[in-house]
Ligand binder design. Structure first.
Ligand code: DAH
Length: 357
């Protein structure tokens, strides 16, 4: 019995994997195992012999069993350790530069604009890109016969024959979000709505899909003066300059009264744009005091509330700030272009950290 014990304990100690352990269990304790056969011999012994041999064999059996279990657990731990070491991964390593993606200038500029207006108490609102005729036009005081409808080169959706309702449109501007947002929250409100808009137009400065950001501030006593200050603050922050001249030019939009287009002073010396100096003016947005009919259409009482709105081309201000000459390149998905004009993924624009580093 001592020999059996010594033999199996050393075999177990030397076993290299769980399969070897299982083999040893069968050779020692299986139906025809060496120790099991010894147990069967007990029947042939005299009662005195059995009294000593029985407990001794049982003890041996227990000892071998627990040696097998202990070795099996140790092998399992070692296997897990080896696997953990083999599959170890340093998640703090930087990604491989050649495969690193970049933030598209449109996304970057949207974040910059959002950071600036958020700092002035505006929150972000969104609306659908497939819009009803009502929200895109009528509610904004652009009735069916209005020339602005034709000017916008609208994409219409298809209605089946016999369906006489006006077709939905791909929204031609972000202004419908003014209505949706006022319906949802009522006055007072301060929101911006960045997003995609669509018009059937294609050349160096037009693409059928482009981006706008709408602004809206409604309260009891909001005036043109507030609009002017907000836009001045915006332009300074956005172009990261201490001083800018902006010019309000009388204009006309159906959804504002009075209306103004806003230009910023700039120079094109040597072919590069400088904002804030020079003798040229550059148009960057349309704006005005929200028309009473627009407030009414959104369920806001125009005898109680008033405010300003503006709409700005995101692609346009991105081109201006980052010196991007051709709008169409924004949407070509050319990797060389994206690497050149893209922004580092982890540099989130903030006013305190810097908009564009
Ligand atoms: N919706 C106008 C456009 O797409 C831009 C605009 C002009 C928006 C004046 C406004 C505004 O909110 O007040 O051309």
């Amino acid at each position: 019995m001592d020999d059996l014990k010594a033999k199996y304990l050393s075999l177990i100690a030397a076993a290299g994997d769980e399969a070897a352990i299982e083999d040893l269990r069968i050779t020692a304790l299986g139906k025809k195992g060496e120790i099991s056969l010894q147990m069967r011999e007990l029947g042939k012994m005299s009662p005195e012999e059995r009294q000593t041999a029985g407990p001794a064999l049982n003890a041996l059996k227990d000892e071998i069993n627990s040696a097998l279990a202990a070795k099996k657990a140790a092998l399992g731990d070692a296997a897990l350790d080896a696997r953990l070491r083999g599959e170890w991964l340093d998640v703090t390593l930087p990604s491989r530069p050649r495969r690193q993606g970049t933030i598209h200038p449109i996304s970057q500029v949207t974040e910059e604009v959002t950071a600036i207006f958020a700092d002035m108490g505006f929150s972000v609102a969104e609306g659908p890109q497939i819009e009803s005729d009502w929200y895109n036009f009528d509610a904004l005081n652009i009735p069916g016969h209005h020339p602005a409808r034709a000017e916008m080169d609208t994409f219409y959706t298809h209605r089946s024959a016999g369906d006489n309702r006006p077709p939905h449109v791909l929204r031609t501007h972000t202004s419908p979000v003014q209505i949706r947002s006022m319906e949802a929250t009522g006055a007072s409100t301060r929101i911006i709505c960045p997003g995609r808009v669509y018009r059937a137009d294609y050349d160096q400065t037009h693409t059928p899909m482009f981006h706008q950001v709408e602004g809206l501030a409604i309260d009891k006593d909001i005036s043109m003066a507030n609009l002017k200050w907000v836009l001045e603050e915006f332009v300074k922050s956005y172009f990261e300059v201490d001083h800018v001249d902006i010019r309000f030019r009388a204009s006309h939009f159906p959804f504002t009264e009075p209306s103004a287009e806003v230009d910023i002073r700039c120079s094109w010396e040597g072919g590069t744009l400088k904002v804030g100096e020079g003798d040229d003016w550059l148009e960057i947005l349309g704006s005005g005091m929200v028309h009473p009919k627009v407030l009414q259409a959104a369920g806001v009482d125009p005898t109680q509330w008033q405010g300003f709105a503006f709409g700005m081309g995101i692609d346009r201000i991105a081109m201006l700030k980052y010196g991007i000459p051709d709008l169409r390149a924004f949407f070509d998905s050319d990797l060389r272009w994206l690497r050149h004009y893209g922004f580092a993924a982890l540099d989130v624009p903030t006013l305190h950290g810097g908009l564009s580093r």
